[in-house]
Design a binder for this molecule. Structure first.
Ligand SMILES: Cc1cc2nc3c(=O)[nH]c(=O)nc-3n(C[C@H](O)[C@H](O)[C@H](O)COP(=O)(O)OP(=O)(O)OC[C@H]3O[C@@H](n4cnc5c(N)ncnc54)[C@H](O)[C@@H]3O)c2cc1C
Ligand code: FES
Length: 303
């Protein structure tokens, strides 16, 4: 699998921004989408990257939290102006952030991490669980050629397929129950084949993401073994592990986006390490998820 396009740029290429919430919308149960004007970050971000964020006027939590970039928003003249983030209300940062009013001050730094690779394929299949769907809208839009991200910036939407690298994109997206699914309309509007599953069967198929993923893929691969499929996954570790191991067994390339807890986001503190091999089968070493990831080839992770 090729190196991601921006791996060399990380910590010396980030912007530190003091900004204010422009929008906050509850998009699912305990799940919020916020819009933050941050032109320097918006212009540089590529799919799979994230920002670290703090509430400016609060001491606690002192340490920022990582949030994936959901999408980049242009101003009226088509210049990248803001980023959208989607988060679930959980603890020290996300609880006050979910209650913050428009205009609340936020400090953020980014874009961070390596991002997904953009190797061409016939079908990109996304396996997302819980809040693991948050890096996937940008990825899908880029793969389908609807928009280019990052530098050099070509912010105009282009007709599907012109600049894209996947002929089609499917998302298999699961949550515990229906009202926790967030962003499904955005995925459908972007033209994805959306397949939902829930633990309780309240929407879509009842069951877990890896089972639904491979049910579809095995049937299609038996009909057309030559099609070039790529899988990307983000979500609970047990889900990513099953997806990565299932892909490895079938010889399907798979990238995983790790969500190890982070403190600095820029490679200094080593709080975010994961056990990663240089190449599949080699001995592992600790890799910093914030700068050497969060996206890794699934065969390299020691689960
Ligand atoms: C690269 C990356 C991207 C990410 N992207 C997203 C994203 O797009 N959206 C998103 O929502 N999250 C994302 N995360 C996770 C995010 O960074 C935070 O970890 C998460 O939002 C929780 O932060 P918090 O401060 O609200 O919770 P924290 O206070 O840090 O709590 C973290 C966990 O501990 C639990 N906890 C807190 N206090 C206690 C206690 N006293 N006893 C027991 N348990 C407790 C909480 O319930 C929670 O499960 C990402 C993480 C990484 C590394
Ligand atoms: S979060 Fe500090 S090194 Fe990764």
């Amino acid at each position: 699998m090729s190196a991601s396009p921006h791996a060399a740029h990380y910590a010396d290429h980030i912007a530190c921004v003091e900004s204010r919430l422009e929008q906050i919308v509850e998009v699912a149960r305990d799940t919020f989408r916020i819009r933050i004007p941050a032109p320097d970050i918006a212009a540089r971000a590529i799919p799979g990257q994230f920002v670290m964020i703090r509430l400016t006027d609060r001491n606690a939590p002192l340490i920022g939290r990582a949030l994936a970039i959901w999408d980049v928003i242009d101003d009226q003249s088509g210049v990248p102006h803001a980023i959208d983030l989607v988060f679930v209300k959980k603890g020290a940062l996300t609880t006050p952030l979910s209650q913050a009013a428009v205009g609340t001050g936020v400090s953020l730094w980014g874009p961070l991490g390596n991002g997904f690779s953009n190797e061409s394929c016939d079908r990109l299949v996304i396996a997302a669980g819980g809040v693991g769907q948050t890096p996937m809208l940008m990825l899908a839009r880029a793969a389908l050629g609807q928009r280019n991200y990052g530098e050099p910036q070509a912010s105009q939407a282009s007709p599907r397929g012109e600049n894209g690298w996947a002929k089609s994109v499917r998302i298999v997206y699961g949550a515990r129950t229906a009202d926790l699914l967030a962003g499904v309309d955005d995925f459908r509007a972007a033209g994805l084949d959306v397949r939902l599953c829930t633990d309780d069967g309240s929407v879509g198929e009842q069951g877990y993401v890896p089972d639904q993923l491979f049910l579809g893929l095995d049937e299609e691969l038996s009909r057309d073994p030559a099609q070039r499929i790529r899988v990307v996954t983000c979500g609970p570790e047990i889900m990513m592990r099953k997806v990565a191991e299932g892909c490895q067994a079938r010889g399907i390339p798979c990238e995983v986006s790790m969500e190890t807890p982070m403190a600095c986001g820029i490679g200094i503190c080593f709080s975010c390490v994961a056990m990663v091999r240089e190449t599949a089968g080699e001995p592992w070493d600790y890799k910093r998820t914030c700068v050497e990831g969060p996206v890794f080839d699934g065969t390299r992770i020691v689960w």
